[in-house]
Design a protein around this ligand. Structure first.
Ligand code: PLP
Length: 448
């Protein structure tokens, strides 16, 4: 594959230290300049903005290259050694590498690397473990759960019966905004769910998997740990492992794991593994995305290197540094801080009028990318919210450390202060903040 700098092939894109190269772009440009231009612009956007979305990351060139290969041409329905199509010799070997590396990463016995996404992985596990209408217990979306954990209009809420356990909502409680494990137990004893889910999309604290397992065992429930957000930290030893406590573990591969977009299912239980394989294919999916599975194998290889420990530890150190710096600037971080890669910023302490929607819009105009997020007991609706969710996996990938986190916090505060000062003030200040963001990005280029 040729490595063509965007600036060579596209006179419309500015040159300079922040002009990224896009492998293979010349081939796209030759037949489809409109799409090539958009890809080039997106590469430039990623290179010149600070990515603080907690569920995103920057994959390595090797991971991206694996996705752009001829493996996409192949039908490989089935599993290694048991396919429904000819010509799968090398696909069997690729998938076996991905499976073996996944097992090694999590220290478990079985892995299914075929789910197209995290939600698909969860759907397959539900299909393997429950009947339509079965009850399961989870954290509700507005408290930090995921839509595939029982949102009413999601498959999980339409075809199954979710019951939800709470956080501590009492501000005077020492565990304010953290999981209320006693209440989890109460909900589980009352509803006797088939499955108990833990693992979240917007929860900044360590999950006590052993405690969840003890609760699940009281009613014989299957403990499913959806570690979509924290998988990379687990592999790097920066968060406790869901094994041996969990019956089944699901994750995405594109968040802290820094792989291609996709899902992954893990277990130590052979019977369950067989049911899961059947639920993924032919239950949920047809042909696996073999080019993505190759990219998963490459990403897992990266996770198994010694540097991964350093990366994961730095992600957590950076999150703590960012949370501390924002606290000093008069923002409230829910639960008082973070143990992992993300934090929820309650904006109301800084200014009662400040909403998540305004904040994320102003930040984006300054080149700081985040998402609005409800905070526990948020009085504002999901499209407004009182919070933003910030995460450090992507910034850590490009090499930022604690010192830069203070700089990032100060850029965030400048952007929001300018926004609060009114449109004219924002127009004046945001151009300079955008320039300062660009300069910081230039010092920390993406992996090429
Ligand atoms: C992101 C996420 C998922 C689903 O990921 P998709 O790949 O977007 O389907 C599932 N569970 C949790 C907890 C997540 O945060």
């Amino acid at each position: 594959m040729t490595q063509t700098a965007v600036s060579d092939a596209s006179p419309g894109v500015s040159r300079g230290p922040s002009t990224p190269s896009v492998p293979g772009i010349s081939a796209i440009r030759a037949t489809d300049p409109a799409i090539a231009d958009l890809i080039a612009k997106e590469a430039e956007r990623q290179e010149t903005t600070l990515e603080l979305i907690a569920s995103e990351n920057h994959t390595s060139p090797a991971v991206m290259a694996a996705m752009g290969t001829c493996l996409t041409n192949k039908y490989a329905e089935g599993y290694p050694g048991a396919r429904y199509y000819g010509g799968c010799e090398f696909h069997d070997q690729v998938e076996t590498f991905a499976i073996e590396r996944a097992k090694q990463m999590f220290g478990c016995k079985f892995a299914n690397v075929q789910p197209h996404s995290g939600a698909q992985a969860n759907a397959a596990v539900f299909m393997a473990c429950m009947e339509p209408g079965s009850t399961f217990a989870s954290l509700v979306l507005k408290d930090g759960g995921h839509l595939s954990h029982g949102m009413k209009i999601n498959f999980s809420g339409r075809y199954y019966n979710p019951v939800h356990y709470p956080l501590h909502y009492d501000v005077s409680h020492k565990d304010f905004e953290r999981i209320d494990y006693d209440a989890v137990e109460k909900v589980v004893l009352e509803h006797k769910p088939k499955m108990l889910l833990c693992g979240y999309s917007a929860y900044p604290r360590t999950i006590d998997f052993a405690r969840f397992r003890a609760i699940a065992d009281k009613v014989g429930a299957i403990l499913m740990s959806d570690v979509a957000h924290i998988a990379g930290l687990i592999v790097g030893g920066a968060h406790p492992s869901p094994f041996p406590h969990s019956h089944v573990v699901t994750t995405t591969t594109h968040k802290t794991l820094r792989g291609p977009r996709g899902g992954l299912i893990l277990t130590n239980d052979e019977d369950l593994a067989k049911k899961i394989d059947k639920a993924v294919f032919p239950g949920m999916q047809g042909g696996p995305l073999m080019h993505v599975i190759a990219a998963k194998a490459v990403a897992f290889g990266e996770c198994l290197r010694p540097e991964w420990k350093t990366y994961s530890a730095q992600v957590v150190k950076n999150a703590k540094a960012l949370a501390d710096a924002l606290t000093k600037l008069n923002y409230r971080i829910t639960t008082g801080g973070t143990d992992n890669h993300l934090m929820l910023v309650d904006l109301r302490k800084r200014s009662e009028a400040l909403t998540g929607a305004d904040a994320s819009k102003w930040l984006e105009a300054c080149g700081i990318i985040s998402n609005m997020n409800g905070i526990p007991s948020d009085p504002r609706p999901p499209k407004v919210t009182s919070g933003v969710r910030l995460g450090t996996p992507a910034l850590t990938t490009r090499g930022l450390k604690e010192t830069e986190m203070s700089a990032v916090a100060s850029l965030i505060d400048r952007a929001l202060s300018a926004g609060l000062a009114g449109e004219a003030e924002f127009a004046k200040a945001s151009a300079q903040i955008r320039e300062d963001v660009r300069r910081l990005c230039d010092r920390f280029p993406l992996p090429h």
